[in-house]
Design a protein around this ligand. Structure first.
Ligand code: HEM
Length: 398
């Protein structure tokens, strides 16, 4: 294979819920292909389920940000820097292992299960407010964002006032508003806020994740970065699943009974189908044979989760949303040592909130034409909707 065979990462979606068409063609013909990166680096793009999974399980591939090249341009964003102490998402073992061990105990299936009742209450509060307000409403603002926000705020033990401030800063970071300096300022302000909170938790610990972590040997700097990572992950993941998931079900209402009768299974299918983290990035630490190609040390590999989750070798009729599909092996939460720490939390949130929405508002429908629902730009990295105008009841405003 020569440099002239290199592709650029396809990013144009034919429809909001479908990955770029070229990904399927690549997966079929060369599931590991040469990829031209935004800075001119020549690396790789992997599109099959088997190969994506293989890379994520292989310690010869690193997550360290400073080693990677970007598959797409992110204008105004500084070059990726080495992970700060505590930012374990950007660390390889054994550094990663220590943090991950400390946190696993805070995010167990059992603890997340205990949260279900509280999530139900929070969801009910949002649905009550929607009902009082009356349609049309923006479902992102009224439902998809506030539920995971309230949950992560309570789980971490962030008081309401501080949480509001942190959220304002995060919106700038998530929406990539303003210049690189603005984003850095928002990051520093959030970190300062968390640092202050950690001081308070050390002095008077309560029954929350941050208090729990102050009992470990982590430094204040490590704790603040962990707090930042968890808060960010809590705010900008499940919210997108709730918005896109609702959009998908409004488009295919025949699937709603399957959601209501078996929410656990339905949520796994939505995670597969929607792949809100469309791609992940790794860099080879040494030469590695992968799918018949030689990936050289230092080359960056982009893993298309969106393509892997629609691989016909793994999922029959992969482009059909089928909420009764069982035994899913989707890669929506990643795989290997970095597999999503918050997955049980996200699952409980989705299993509670989506059925509650469709039970409360059986006549829920879009308040605009489907083509007018604004989709997040690729630069926001996590797939989602900017807003989702919906309404319900008898009259149709269209
Ligand atoms: C890691 C997806 C919700 C916290 C990951 C990864 C994926 C992912 C794909 C792996 C990244 C990689 O390998 O490079 C999702 C999706 C979610 C979700 C689709 C919602 C539906 C959450 C929530 C939290 C969270 C609610 C909150 C605590 C994390 C953390 C990591 C992670 C801390 C890093 C784990 C590590 O490096 O060991 N997530 N996530 N996620 N996620 Fe999630």
């Amino acid at each position: 294979m020569t440099e002239t065979d290199a592709v650029v990462l396809p990013t144009e979606r034919p429809a909001p819920l479908d990955p770029p068409t070229e990904l399927a063609e690549l997966r079929e013909t060369r599931s590991i292909a040469r990829l031209a990166y935004a800075d001119g680096h020549l690396g790789w793009l992997v599109t099959s389920h088997a190969l994506v999974r293989e890379v994520m399980a292989d310690p010869r591939f690193s997550v360290r940000p400073e080693l990677r090249h970007r598959p797409i341009e992110l204008p105004g964003q500084p070059d990726p820097q080495p992970a700060q102490p505590g930012m374990f998402l950007g660390m390889d073992p054994p550094g990663h292992t220590r943090y991950r061990r400390l946190l696993t105990g805070e995010f167990t299936v059992r603890r997340m299960g205990l949260l279900a009742e509280r999530i139900e209450e929070i969801t009910r509060g949002c649905l009550d407010a929607m009902e009082r307000q009356g349609g049309p409403v923006d479902l992102v603002e009224a439902f998809a964002e506030p539920i995971p926000a309230a949950v992560i705020g309570e789980l971490l033990g962030v008081p309401e006032q501080e949480f509001k401030q942190a959220q304002e800063h995060f919106v700038k970071i998530i929406r990539r508003e303003g210049t690189a300096e603005d984003m850095l300022a928002a990051y520093k302000a959030t970190l300062a806020l968390i640092q202050e909170l950690i001081g308070a938790k050390r002095a008077a610990p309560t029954d929350d994740v941050l208090s729990g972590l102050t009992r470990s040997d982590l430094t204040d700097e490590e704790l603040a970065n962990i707090g930042f990572l968890l808060l960010g992950a809590g705010l900008d993941t499940t919210a997108n699943m709730l918005a896109l998931g609702t959009f998908a079900l409004l488009d295919r209402p025949g699937q709603i009974p399957a959601l209501l009768s078996a929410p656990d299974q339905a949520v796994e299918e939505l995670l597969r189908y929607l792949s809100i983290t469309p791609f992940l990035i790794r860099t080879a630490l040494e030469d590695v044979e992968l799918g018949g190609e030689l990936v050289r040390a230092g080359e960056t590999v982009t893993l298309s989760i969106a393509a892997a989750n629609r691989d016909p070798d793994r999922f029959p009729a992969p482009d059909a949303l089928d909420l009764s599909r069982s035994g899913s092996t989707h890669l929506g939460f990643g795989h290997g040592v970095h597999q999503c720490l918050g997955q049980q939390l996200a699952r409980v949130e989705l299993r509670v909130a989506l059925p509650a929405l469709f039970t409360r508002f059986p006549s829920l429908r879009l308040a605009v034409a489907p083509g007018q629902v604004p989709v997040r730009p690729i630069e926001m990295l996590i797939h989602g909707l900017l807003s989702l105008p919906v309404t319900w009841g008898q009259e149709d405003p269209r």
